[in-house]
Design a protein around this ligand. Structure first.
Ligand SMILES: Cc1cc2nc3c(=O)[nH]c(=O)nc-3n(C[C@H](O)[C@H](O)[C@H](O)COP(=O)(O)OP(=O)(O)OC[C@H]3O[C@@H](n4cnc5c(N)ncnc54)[C@H](O)[C@@H]3O)c2cc1C
Length: 472
């Protein structure tokens, strides 16, 4: 039987992951269309100052499905390093190891913070009235689970910087999906899991490819190409005509090209998909205006020093520091190269076209330097190079009530014959790379030998995906 032709939109982990599994299992002929000049999407890497750096801090979490992890180990081999986490978080002016270590609870946490958390823990046993007739929001879920001290000093200011909205305006879904330690009990278990004798496998560890996080997607894409997938970079999809065979039109090097598809599998933002499909659905395009993604500017400073600090990442929950995180990519792989140089990467959430998005490299570099100096970590050497990158689709924003316009788009996408949308952008899911890969594997599992797509089975997978919780 002739294999179906599947055109995949986007070559982030979800796109290349699906392409790889489809050709590996011999289920389809595959073409992948990617607008950028490299694969990996937000989980990609690029070369700077003789090393590979990522689009913000990226780690592969041990929570990855064992089957997928095994496949990645086979593909990446010894280059997939097993690394200890070594970050710091700034809390009331102090630096605390992140993730928290048991001894920090006693020795490092500010006394007022520890006392507040202890009081919150005790007050959990006092019965309280449920608020707003049981209506849950981001704030109510987190306050109920974690108490007011952790929320006030950590999650709420951090949330406001990440999503650009006061926490009261965020949906409860954001709390369920984003906060892996959603209760004091879970948080305590996470901390205790690092104590010798109580250690759970993977606690305080992560996986990281020697050649940068993008090596995951690059290795997958290389293997998929070897097995016959056609991966076309620099190809921006701008029109999909639905028909017996869908026609996917994309722009490459200034000219338009079209490929035919039995199935279109989209991992591009759902809001973009709504605009490129013909016939257009006006109500869906309207609904897509009511959901939005948070953007991010990444600021890379190249420093002429071997190492800035031994920490992989610094987290800044406090409102007076605009950065949310700063990573030192060299420390993720413990590489000694490039000799005598290191790179810092500051993460600055913003909106597309706001002042930050349009700021000059010089101003952004100054912002990083000033922020670090204010935290008592001044950079001691001048930067030899400043590079900035801009991610228009960094985080989906789960604004209160977003479920309605998202539902309109999701139902519409679901109703399109032989069109599937998945991945972080495709399902508007705040997820990790291993979740995007799980979606790709799930999609491939739903393609029957007859070439038809098993929609009821996909619904079961979709229900599973709603349980994905982001690991930091
Ligand atoms: C700052 C930051 C830190 C993160 N840290 C971690 C971490 O530590 N660990 C972890 O597991 N995950 C992390 N993530 C999440 C991770 O990046 C995502 O889970 C992953 O990239 C999702 O893969 P995806 O393929 O679904 O989407 P994406 O990576 O977004 O890929 C979508 C692709 O579609 C392409 N595209 C869009 N429009 C078009 C078009 N019209 N035509 C053609 N191509 C198009 C894009 O260029 C992109 O390559 C982080 C994300 C961010 C933003």
């Amino acid at each position: 039987m002739k294999k179906p032709q599947i055109v995949i939109l986007g070559a982030g982990p979800a796109g290349v992951g699906a392409a790889w599994q489809l050709v590996k299992q011999g289920r389809a002929d595959v073409t992948v269309l990617e607008q950028r000049d490299d694969v990996g999407g937000n989980a990609g890497s690029f070369g700077l100052a003789g090393m590979q750096v990522d689009y913000g801090s990226h780690r592969l979490h041990p929570a990855c499905d064992p089957k997928i992890l095994n496949d990645l180990r086979e593909l990446i081999g010894e280059d997939l390093l097993d690394r200890p986490r070594h970050g710091r978080i700034r809390l009331q002016g102090r630096w605390i190891h992140f993730p928290l270590k048991p001894q920090d609870l006693v020795l490092r946490l500010p006394a007022s913070f520890s006392a507040g958390v202890a009081l919150d823990a005790i007050s959990k046993f006092i019965p309280r009235k449920s608020n707003r007739n049981g209506h849950e929001t981001f704030t109510s879920v987190l306050e109920k689970g974690l108490g007011s001290t952790i929320c006030r000093d950590f999650y709420f200011p951090y949330a406001e910087k990440i999503w650009g909205l006061s926490p009261e305006k965020l949906s409860a879904t954001q709390a369920h999906r984003r906060v892996s330690a959603g209760s004091l009990g879970k948080m305590a278990r996470k901390i205790v899991s690092k104590v010798p004798g109580f250690k759970t496998p993977g606690a305080g560890k992560f996986f990281y490819p020697r050649m940068g996080y993008g090596q995951i997607s690059r290795s997958i894409a290389e293997e998929a190409k070897k097995l016959g997938a056609d991966i076309r970079l620099g190809s921006t999809v701008n029109r999909i005509e639905l028909g017996d065979r869908h026609k996917v039109t994309f722009e490459r090097e200034g000219s338009m090209e079209t490929v035919d598809a039995d199935h279109v599998w989209s991992t591009i933002p759902l809001t973009v998909l709504a605009k490129v499909i013909e016939p257009a659905a006006v109500d869906v395009i309207e609904a897509s205006k009511q959901i939005s993604y948070r953007a991010m500017v990444l600021i890379y400073l190249v420093l002429d020093q071997a190492q800035w600090t031994p920490f992989d990442a610094h987290y800044f929950p406090e409102a007076d520091i605009k950065l949310t995180r700063l990573s030192e990519p060299k420390n993720y792989s413990a590489s000694r190269e490039p000799i005598g140089k290191t790179v810092l990467c500051g993460e600055l959430p913003c909106s597309v076209n706001d002042v930050i998005w349009n700021a000059s490299d010089e101003d952004l570099a100054s912002l990083v330097r000033e922020s670090l100096a204010r935290c008592g970590l001044p950079i001691q050497v001048p930067d030899s190079q400043v590079v900035t990158k801009r991610l228009p689709f960094a985080y989906p924003i789960y604004r209160e009530g977003y479920e309605v316009p998202f539902g309109i788009q999701d139902d519409w996408a679901d109703s399109l014959e032989r069109v599937l949308t998945f991945g972080r952008q495709g399902l508007f899911a705040h997820d990790n790379t291993h979740h995007a890969l799980a979606m790709a594997y799930g999609a491939v599992d739903c393609l029957r030998d007859s070439g038809e797509f098993d929609t009821p089975r996909w619904s079961e997978y979709r229900a599973e995906f709603t349980k994905h919780v982001v690991e930091d």
